[in-house]
Structure formats: structure tokens, C-alpha cells
Write a protein of this length. Structure first.
Lengths: 265, 565
């Protein structure tokens, strides 16, 4: 069985007790703040806030490091690409046309910091929320859109099935990859083009298997009288006093951060 | 009542899946659908619960014909529940409560009625208290119970079960069968598609299909007494099934031998009361307390087989999928295991006991955290230890059958002449016809694709082979073919390790058995000693197979001077 990122956090953590809708809304609000051209002071303060959230989610340092690992290389590359110039326009020449542009490097650093913050806050939300809570939260938040014809129950069903099958698909992918290794395929050898071709070969049985699964799942749903207009109900639930307080404080903080950036405090 | 009258089903490509099938199912009755792969059993199951409609003839459920309109179709689906083979493919939701509530919510019931149905259904399958559990955290047996609960929450009058126990381990199967028997006792009509003789014994009547037609109808006693080869087409030969057939042929009523223990009493009584053929059967069954019906012949064959390798050897092997995380459970813990060359070794145990992980380590797909494995004296490598995954036909992806068979040898860098020789060798071994070579593997029937899937791995010509559940989903003939293949490989001096839930099925061709539980080998030794150690099944957390129960009951009857035979 595949493990979700929820297993990285603690189910009894302070953040896990907050309603998922509040966490999703605050994540969206904070994302908007980050794209509002934040002042470096705001970015620095955000890291302190992130450290608090990681602690409140009961996340282990090891889990945070494991999540950061795959993107660290891309972020380092992004930073270098901004810092180093090869067209001879860099103010600080190093070798021939190659030079260093500190101003662009600083801009790159800010972009990287914002991405790291976004990943960090997303991780705290996913680590403190079960997939079911997340799915229900999205359906509840979208419910008003039902009045303008958005098929919210169907979207809820799709989301539920997608969340249900993410670990199944991951397991299937791993099984096919291992089955091909058992037939002598070396995924870690040969030129890049050949290696990409080998990975692509995993997709054929994966897609065939997924279509078969989809057929059987559709049968299982139809056998239980699922048809157009069938309902995927998520019972209504109002926010508790604590969730309202957290939401209010979170939004106030986001506004404060925007104001800080605006007036460069 | 479910009534099929000359029902025909033709698929879009013109294939006739069913050709005029007729039978009836009453409430409270268990009807078994049996027959070879491709005979139309699953197509029939889909007609019964209105997943498909008959192209000709009629299917009527309690007077409702699903062909009338969409409303009739939904009414039939509410009355006839459908449970399929793989529980993973039937679960829609991420939480147990929502999963069981899915059907009742589709019926438009209010939340309190839904909750009531969920509670009742979970209680019926003994999953009360599981409401808030994540479905991905359930075992295979629990997931299949959940699938049944989801069907029962519709409050159906009939249940169609399509090989529902085939993916369950031997610990989960007996309790699932009890659930089915309880359902029928409560008045629900049950239609069971099955290859398992232990399930056929439960059935009030059997319908044998062949080429989409009803080849025969009756109970298991009638099937056993027939001489038209239908028994061999439908029933896998094991020590238990052979004994059952002998007793039924001797005229004993099926009701008197539904369990291995009652079968033993019937058998013992018959053997004492007559000097007929049956008289020989009891001594043969008890021969050296052997678990394998032909243990002596298998043993002598293994002794004379050439030893092409030193086999598979594991020494103090431990493994965890996340070594650095103390919360991650240890998949294997200090495993010592030997699968000698020239022998068939059966590796059995409950789902999640570590069998497949051990197989992946033996082939070098994973590296042990501690300990060491050696294959033919060398390090684990796919070329030394070839592994056939479960349902190997699902791994086919190339344009032609030939390319599939040649794929592994080509990856080893063999020249085309050697590749061709390897393809010819496995084709002979598995009965793959050269006319299939240019066909797409996706055009093959289930049995043909399984042969090609196995051939893809055998083409490696390795000194050791591991076959993971190689007979899953196959009919009796297919199972015989795979069992014979394992013996042929062992006779050729290879180490063959078979991973299977079904000890009974593999007992006749097995030299050694290793039982695993919670990542440890809890017993290993010659197959002939297994039945003499009744505690080893308990230690492995599995139910003793029917043959072992039969042998034990016969021994106690012989030792205790059987009375009441």
C-alpha cells in the first residue's frame, strides 16, 4: 500500500485538529501574498512562520528533508541560471564572456525562497490533513458553485476516486518497473535517450492496466446503481469556534504581510 | 427467482460468449457456475446482475426483465448484487463508511437510513468498528469483505460472486465461505463462479459451462459420478478432491462429506466395509503421513534430477522498505531459507507475510538491509534467478508475441541466433504455437497470454526460477499445465520456488515447503513432513488445507479405532 504524505505528520498535532477548509483557504491566501512581490523582510518572517507551522503539524525534520530533496536540484539550478551570465553582460567578469550578475542572482534567490515557502506550507497542509478531509473540504468549499451549474457532486466523486487510486497507481507503476527489471531492463544504464525510451515502455502496461481497472471500477459503481444524477454526499458542517479564530488570524496575518511589502516596513 | 431462458450474449466483435444458456436460481440457494476459462461464466454473471443485456433469450429476476428499460435495469441491480475478483478494483471511496454508503446513497436514501444500512452490512461481514478506517490500510481479506458489505448494503435478494476468493489467502478463504453460507441460510440466493472444489461442495447445484452453453447441471455428486471428463475439466486434482470424488462415486451422499472431517469418516467406513478400490485409498492417503499425494514419486524424481546450480540460499536476511524510519515495519527479519536445485519449493503464508519481498530480493530487484542471498553461488540477479510476477500476462507490452519472448534474452545481449533458440525452447515447453509469434499479445485469450507471460521469464534460461501465484485465475487444465511446468524445470536441474496461497493445489508436485509469517520463516522442510506437524499451520497463521485436515482426521480415526463411521 502506498503511503500518503499524511503519514509524515502526526494525527494528533495541533494543525491536524484544524478544519481542512481553513487550511486550504489560508494556503490559497498565502499563495496570493507570495505572488504580491513580497519584501525580503516578509520572506524572512514567513520562514519563521513556516517553522512554527512545521512544529504545529508534528512534522519530523527527516520528512521535510525527504520532501525537499527532489526539488533541491531544480532550485539550485534555477539560482545558478539567474546568477551566472554567459553573454558578456554580467557586471562581474569571471572567465571570458562568463560572469556573475549579483542583482539577477538576488532576484533568483527571492524566487527560490518563495517556491521553498510554498512547498513548505503545502507540506504542512498535506501532512496534517487526511486525503478524505482534503477531498471533503474541496467539495464543501465548492458547494456554492453548484447554484451556477457546476457539477459539484460529480467533481467530488472524481476527487474521491482520484485520491483513492493515487497509491494504487503508484504501486502498479512500481510493480511494472520491477517486472521489466526482472526481464533484464536496466533503467540506470545507457544514453539518456535510450533510458527515456525504457521508462516510456513502462507506460504501455500501466495504461492498459489502468483502463482495465477503470472498466472494473465502473462496473462496480454501476452494480451499485450509480447513474447520472447519483449523489456523492458530503454532509454540511459549519466551522467550529477554534477554526473561525484560526481563519480570522490567518487572514489578518496575510493582510499584514501584504501591507508590510507595500510599505516596505 | 432468477430465470435464464436460452440467453445469448454476443460481443461487439462478433464473439459468442453465451449460446442459449438456461437455468434458475431460487432465494436461499447456492448455485455454482463452473467450467474452463473462456466458457462464458463471467459473461453469464454479468447478465444476471444486468451489467450486460442478453442479445437473445431472456433473463428475468423476480419478474423484472432488465431489457425493458433503464428503470428495470436499476431495479435488477438493486436486487442482484455483484462482487468481483479483485477487491481493489471495486472500492470507490477512501473510507470504509463512505464505501459501504455509496450504493444506498445512490438509491437516494436519507443519511440516517444510509447509516443504518452501513452498520447492518458491516456487522454481517464482521467488520463492525471499521467505519472510519482508511480502505488502503485493510488486508486483502478485509477489502473483499468490504466489497461484500458494499453489495449487501443494497439489501439484495441475490448475490453474484465472480471468483471472489481467488485473490484471498488461505486464512481468509474459509471465513469468507462461511459468510456466503450464512447469506444463503438467511434466504439470499447466491451464484458463485468458481474453480475451487471447496466452494463447489457448498453449492446446492452446479451449472457447468462449455463454449457458452450449459454442458451439464446437477450437484457435485453427479459431477463426480460422470465419466465424460467434465470433472477433470472443472476440478483441480488434489489429494482432497481425489478422495472426495472416490467417496461420491461410491454412492455416498454429498451432504455426508461436505467437510474434510466428515469425508474422512465416510472414507474410513467405506474402506473398512469393502475390499474394493477404496480399500487402497486410505493407506495411500496416509502413506508416510505425506502431505503430497505422490510424495514418494516426487522425492525419487528430485533425487535423480541433475543439479545445475546450488539453488536459492538466504542467510539471516532482513529488509525494511524504509530502513531509516523506525515507524516503518520490517518486511523481513532474519530469514534463513533454502530452495535447492532440482526441487520445487513451495513458499506459503498469509498476504503481507513477506513472500513477494523475499522473491524480489532473490532476483536482485531489492537489496537486503542485512544478511545475504546467493543464487547458484552468486549474487542475486535477474539473469540468475528469473521471477514471474503475479499475472505475468499483465506485463506484456510489445507489438508481437515473438518480441515479448525475445525481450529478456535481448536485454542480456544475446545474439539473435541464441535468442531464436531460446524462444523455440520456451515455446516447446509451454505449448506456444509458432502461428502466434506475429500476433499482438493483446489478441491472445487469457490462457494463451498466461503461457506467453510465463515464457517471457523462462526465456532467461536461468538456474533458478520463482513463480509468484502462477495459477491465479486459471482453470483446471491451465493449473495442471503450470504444475507440470514446475516439475519439468526442477527435473532439468533448476531450483524452482513457487509462491502460492493454495497449499493443496501445489502439494502433489512439491518437494519442500517453507511457511512465512510476519517476515519470518516459521517452518521449512520436506513436504512429506508437513501434515505430521499440525502446529505449523497455526504458527504460520493459516488454515490447514483440506488435504491436511483429511489426513489428520483419517489418522485420528485409525488411531482411535473409528466408531460411528
Amino acid at each position: 500500500m502506498g503511503a500518503s504524505s499524511f503519514s509524515a505528520g502526526r494525527a494528533d498535532s495541533a494543525l491536524a485538529r484544524v478544519d481542512a477548509r481553513v487550511k486550504v483557504l489560508l494556503l490559497l491566501a498565502y499563495t496570493a501574498v507570495l505572488f504580491w512581490d513580497p519584501h525580503p523582510t516578509v520572506v524572512a518572517a514567513s520562514f519563521a512562520l513556516l517553522a512554527l507551522c512545521i512544529r504545529a503539524a508534528g512534522l519530523r525534520a527527516r520528512a521535510v528533508a525527504a520532501t525537499a530533496k527532489p526539488v533541491a536540484v531544480i532550485l539550485a539550478f534555477t539560482l545558478c541560471a539567474n546568477l551566472v551570465s554567459c553573454d558578456g553582460t554580467a557586471p562581474v567578469r569571471v572567465l571570458g564572456a562568463v560572469g556573475v550578475d549579483l542583482a539577477r542572482g538576488a532576484r533568483g534567490l527571492m524566487a527560490v525562497m518563495r517556491i521553498v515557502l510554498l512547498i513548505g506550507f503545502s507540506l504542512t497542509v498535506s501532512a496534517s490533513t487526511t486525503p478524505v478531509e482534503l477531498g471533503d473540504a474541496v467539495v464543501r468549499l465548492m458547494r456554492p458553485l453548484g447554484r451556477v451549474g457546476v457539477p459539484v457532486p460529480q467533481i467530488g466523486s472524481m476527487l474521491s476516486i482520484a485520491l483513492r487510486f493515487i497509491p494504487v497507481v503508484a504501486d502498479e507503476f512500481q510493480r511494472i518497473q520491477r517486472a521489466q527489471r526482472a526481464r533484464g531492463v536496466r533503467f540506470d544504464e545507457g544514453p539518456l535517450r535510450v533510458r527515456i525510451g525504457r521508462w516510456a515502455a513502462v507506460l504501455t502496461p500501466l495504461i492498459v492496466a489502468l483502463f482495465r481497472r477503470a472498466d472494473r471500477l465502473a462496473d462496480s459503481m454501476a452494480a451499485r446503481c450509480y447513474a447520472d444524477g447519483s449523489r456523492c454526499q458530503v454532509p454540511s458542517r459549519s466551522l467550529g469556534p477554534r477554526d473561525r479564530v484560526v481563519l480570522g488570524m490567518g487572514i489578518a496575518l496575510c493582510v499584514a504581510l501584504v501591507l508590510c511589502s507595500r510599505f516596505a516596513l | 427467482m432468477i430465470e435464464l431462458e436460452r440467453a445469448c450474449r454476443v460481443y461487439a466483435d462478433g464473439t459468442h460468449a453465451l449460446r442459449g444458456l438456461s437455468f434458475r436460481v431460487k432465494p436461499g440457494e447456492i448455485v455454482g457456475l463452473i467450467g474452463p476459462n473462456g466458457s462464458g461464466k463471467s459473461s453469464c454473471a454479468r447478465l444476471l446482475c444486468a451489467m450486460d443485456l442478453a442479445n437473445d433469450g431472456r433473463v428475468v429476476i423476480d419478474g423484472i426483465d432488465p431489457a425493458d428499460d433503464e428503470r428495470a435495469r436499476l431495479a435488477v441491480r438493486e436486487r442482484v448484487a455483484f462482487v468481483q475478483q479483485d477487491p481493489v478494483d471495486q472500492i470507490v471511496s477512501t473510507v470504509v463508511f463512505d464505501e459501504v454508503a455509496f450504493g444506498p446513497r445512490n438509491l437516494g436514501l436519507n443519511e440516517s437510513a444510509v447509516a443504518h444500512r452501513v452498520t447492518d452490512a458491516l456487522r454481517a461481514v464482521e467488520l463492525s468498528g471499521f467505519e472510519g478506517r482508511d480502505v488502503n490500510g485493510l488486508s486483502g481479506g478485509e477489502q473483499q469483505r468490504l466489497a461484500l458489505a458494499s453489495a449487501l448494503a443494497m439489501r439484495p435478494r441475490y448475490v453474484v460472486l465472480d471468483e471472489v476468493t481467488s485473490m484471498l489467502d488461505s486464512a481468509a478463504r474459509p471465513s469468507f465461505r462461511e459468510l456466503v453460507a450464512d447469506l444463503a441460510a438467511g434466504g439470499t440466493g447466491v451464484v458463485m463462479v468458481t474453480h475451487d472444489v471447496a466452494e463447489m461442495v457448498m453449492c446446492d447445484s452446479l451449472v457447468a459451462l462449455r463454449d457458452g452453453c450449459s454442458a451439464w447441471e446437477g450437484d457435485l455428486g453427479d459431477l463426480a459420478r460422470g465419466d465424460d471428463g467434465l470433472w477433470d475439466d472443472c476440478v483441480v486434482s488434489t489429494r482432497y478432491s481425489n478422495a472426495l470424488r472416490a467417496v461420491l462415486r461410491a454412492g455416498i451422499d454429498l451432504g455426508a462429506c461436505r467437510t474434510p472431517e466428515s469425508l474422512a469418516r465416510a472414507l474410513y467406513g467405506l474402506s473398512r466395509g469393502s475390499g474394493a478400490r477404496l480399500g487402497d485409498l486410505v493407506p495411500r492417503l496416509l502413506d508416510g503421513c505425506g502431505f503430497a499425494a505422490s510424495s514418494s514419486s516426487v522425492a525419487s524424481e528430485s533425487a535423480s534430477a541433475p543439479r545445475l546450480s546450488s539453488g536459492i540460499v538466504a542467510r539471516s536476511v532482513s529488509f525494511s522498505y524504509d530502513e531509516g524510519d523506525p515507524a516503518c515495519p520490517t518486511a523481513l527479519c532474519g530469514v534463513d531459507l533454502e530452495a535447492p536445485a532440482g526441487c520445487v519449493t513451495l513458499l506459503a503464508g498469509r498476504s503481507g507475510s513477506g513472500k513477494t519481498t523475499l522473491a524480489h530480493l532473490a532476483c536482485g530487484l531489492l537489496a537486503p538491509c542485512a544478511g545475504a542471498l546467493s543464487i547458484d553461488g552468486g549474487a542475486p540477479d535477474p539473469a540468475r534467478c528469473a521471477l514471474s510476477f503475479q499475472r505475468p500476462e499483465n506485463q506484456l507490452f510489445l507489438d508481437t508475441v515473438y518480441d515479448e519472448l525475445a525481450f529478456a534474452p535481448r536485454n542480456l545481449g544475446w545474439d539473435e541466433a541464441r535468442v531464436a533458440a531460446s524462444v523455440d525452447r520456451v515455446s516447446d515447453l509451454l505449448g506456444i504455437e509458432s502461428s502466434w509469434f506475429e500476433r499482438s499479445p493483446f489478441e491472445l485469450s487469457g490462457g494463451q497470454a498466461r503461457r506467453v507471460g510465463l515464457g517471457c521469464v523462462l526465456a532467461l534460461d536461468a538456474p533458478a526460477y520463482i513463480l509468484d501465484e502462477p495459477t491465479a485465475g486459471l482453470d483446471a487444465a491451465g493449473r495442471r499445465m503450470v504444475r507440470a511446468l514446475a516439475r519439468v524445470l526442477a527435473r532439468g536441474g533448476r531450483a524452482v520456488m513457487v509462491i502460492s496461497h493454495d497449499l493443496d493445489e501445489w502439494a502433489p508436485v512439491t518437494d519442500r515447503v517453507a511457511l512465512m509469517r510476519d517476515g519470518r520463516v516459521c517452518w521449512q522442510g520436506p513436504a512429506s513432513e508437513l501434515a505430521a506437524r499440525p502446529g505449523c499451520f497455526d504458527a504460520a497463521g493459516i488454515e490447514p488445507p483440506e488435504s491436511a485436515r483429511l489426513v489428520r482426521a483419517l489418522e485420528s480415526l485409525r488411531g482411535g479405532g473409528a466408531d460411528g463411521c
